[in-house]
Design a protein around this ligand. Structure first.
Ligand SMILES: *Cc1c(COP(=O)(O)O)cnc(C)c1O
Length: 254
């Protein structure tokens, strides 16, 4: 079976599962977007997913994607937001932690940054976007678990409150909502609590900051996306269920 066939079969299966989760939750499947998380996989795999209809990708490293983006061009795929020449386009979102010294490069290569996790990184992105005359869509990453390795803004922190106050004045960033990563302990109840918590925070902040858009909730991965959909996710981030197991940080080229 070709890579194209394998990926398109897996996507069909995923759409069935997403549809079933939406029915359980009484939701319209059109309200849930599927992001294909292509980190560690070559541009060839992204092109196969693209041919099967995927238009939103997630990558977690600036440098890794910078290399892949020129390979994507060779497949005739342009990255939305980063070029003026139109044509066939896909959105590629950054879904990994961003260091402030890479903010400028992130604005050059990504359509959106879904992991804004500090006031400082928001300021850096806004400055970089201004220099490139870009409007960058962002999500705030919220840390809802105790795991020390997780990044994200603490929901009741002063820093988050500051950021929400200042975002309306950051002219080159457009907030669209929140994202989180549930604890990866394999316990569906912990995941559900985490997703529900994010939705409740969203509802509270949307009421408190009516000038900001909180419509997107990016939550749910291969192991927990059905629970996330039941709890209100508007974007599930699926890697291994589409592209297979990741080999780790191997060197990649198409
Ligand atoms: C890798 C990754 C995913 C996808 O994980 P899978 O378990 O392979 O679906 C989703 N979100 C983030 C932030 C990731 O880093």
């Amino acid at each position: 079976m070709s890579l194209q066939q394998i990926i398109s079969d897996r996507l069909q299966h995923l759409y069935d599962q997403i549809g079933a989760a939406c029915r359980r939750a009484g939701r319209d499947p059109d309200t849930v977007q599927l992001m294909a998380v292509s980190k560690t996989h070559p541009a060839e795999a992204m092109a196969a997913a693209y041919a099967a209809g995927i238009r939103i990708f997630g990558e977690n490293r600036v440098q890794e994607f910078q290399q892949k983006s020129s390979d994507l061009k060779a497949f005739g795929i342009n990255i939305a937001g980063t070029r003026k020449d139109g044509g066939d386009q896909a959105e590629v979102h950054l879904i990994g932690h961003l260091q402030s010294n890479k903010a400028a490069r992130a604005v050059e290569v990504f359509s959106a940054v879904d992991t804004v996790d500090s006031l400082r990184i928001a300021q850096r992105l806004n400055e970089a976007a201004a220099r490139l005359h870009r409007q960058v869509p962002i999500l705030l990453e919220i840390k809802l678990s105790e795991e020390p390795t997780k990044t994200g803004l603490l929901p009741h922190s002063r820093e988050l409150a500051d950021l929400l106050e200042r975002l309306p004045a950051m002219d080159h960033l457009t907030l669209h909502g929140l994202m989180t990563v549930a604890p990866l302990d394999g316990n569906p109840d912990t995941a559900r609590r985490c997703f529900r918590n994010l939705r409740q925070l969203r509802d509270a902040w949307a009421a408190q900051y009516p000038q900001l858009d909180f419509s997107q909730l990016s939550m749910g991965m291969s192991g927990d996306f059905e629970i996330a959909i039941e709890e209100g996710s508007t974007m599930v981030r699926i890697g291994s269920a589409i592209f297979g197991q990741r080999q780790g940080p191997v060197k990649l080229s198409a």
